[in-house]
Structures are given as structure tokens and as C-alpha cells.
Design a protein around this ligand. Structure first.
Ligand code: ZN
Length: 194
């Protein structure tokens, strides 16, 4: 497994026509129910397709070839069997990009979209934890102004109470750009700005 197709990113024959772009190697994976589950590599998608664990929903204009088989380049695939996705984002790693995506790439104190950092609403020195419910996107100036104080002490409250992100946030975070062919399959709340 894994040797079925060469990874088309960077190793495809020079003569092969294929689109260029940073998202070229990513495939959107839908559950059997057509809900987006995650993003995987083309190679992984090819393995799932050849083992008939997935089917192609959207494909690109070029093909993956190996000695014995050829396959349209998968863009969106659907798992044949329903998989139970861990819906609890509490178990997913908190990254800056995921926090920014959840918060619409804007400072939760002033709305600025530049110099984003993350801020602990209740500072760690005051007992705040590093949970989704205590971390917000904050621009650097707001972060400095708030410093090590409680929201009430400085009169700075997040515009939206920080909450667990929807699973779709991780799809937006997993790939630098969302290919147009994915859009029909993604809920509207996926913020693709980077
Ligand atoms: Zn700000």
C-alpha cells in the first residue's frame, strides 16, 4: 500500500498535463452521508479508491497512472462506509490557524484583521486554561493593551464568547486554498481567508 501510484505532487512525468497550485495534492473526503470529514493526500485517496473503500465524487481533468491501472485524479471522494468522526473538537489540537479560522480571521476585541495573535481571555497567570473556550484571536496591539489582566479590569470582552469550533474549521485549516470543486460540498461557514 502506498506504492500504487507515484505521488503526483512533484513526481509526475513532465509530459503529463496537470494543474499547478498549492492545493494540487489535496483531496476532500466526504463521509458516506456526504458530510465533509477531512482532507487527505492524492496518494491516500488513490489507495482508498483502489480498495473500493471510497468512490470519486469530483475529479480533475488529468489522470493518475500506474503500470496496471489508471484513475481520474480525485478531487472529492466519498467513503463507501460511514465512519464515526470524533465530533468532540476538544480532543483536537488547538492551533493558531484553527483559532483564527474559528474567529473569522479577525481580532475578537477590535475587529482588526492584521497582526493576529492568540490571547488567553482569562490570563494563564490568573488561572485561565488553554482551552478553546479561553483562547481568542487578538491583534497584537489589543493583546499588548490587555496584557496580563482580566477582561473586566480592562473593559475588553471578546465580541463572541469563544467556543468549540465546528469540525469544518479543520478543513479550512488543512489546506491553504479551498479548490472551487470542493465548495458545493462544504458548509457555508468555512472561512477560507488565510
Ligand atoms: Zn484588536
Amino acid at each position: 500500500m502506498g506504492k500504487v501510484f507515484p505521488d503526483p505532487v512533484g513526481s509526475a512525468p513532465a509530459s503529463e498535463h496537470r494543474p499547478r497550485g498549492r492545493d494540487v495534492g489535496r483531496v476532500l473526503v466526504l463521509n458516506a452521508t456526504y458530510e465533509p470529514v477531512h482532507v487527505c493526500s492524492v496518494r491516500r485517496a488513490a489507495v482508498l479508491l483502489l480498495k473500493e473503500k471510497a468512490e470519486i465524487v469530483e475529479h480533475g481533468s488529468w489522470e493518475l497512472r500506474s503500470e496496471h491501472t489508471q484513475l481520474p485524479r480525485p478531487v472529492v471522494i466519498r467513503l463507501v462506509t460511514f465512519v464515526l468522526v470524533p465530533r468532540d473538537p476538544r480532543r483536537r489540537r488547538i492551533t493558531r490557524r484553527a483559532v483564527f479560522a474559528r474567529d473569522g480571521w479577525s481580532c475578537q476585541y477590535c475587529g482588526s484583521r492584521s497582526s493576529l495573535t492568540v490571547d488567553h481571555v482569562i490570563p494563564r497567570s490568573k488561572g485561565g486554561d488553554s482551552s478553546w473556550e479561553n483562547i481568542v484571536a487578538s491583534c497584537a496591539p489589543c493583546n499588548r493593551r490587555k496584557a496580563d489582566r482580566l477582561p473586566a479590569q480592562v473593559g475588553m470582552h471578546p465580541r463572541r464568547a469563544p467556543r468549540l469550533p465546528s469540525p469544518n474549521v479543520f478543513i479550512a485549516v488543512a489546506t491553504p486554498t479551498i479548490p472551487a470543486a470542493w465548495r458545493p460540498w462544504l458548509p457555508l461557514d468555512v472561512d477560507v481567508a488565510a
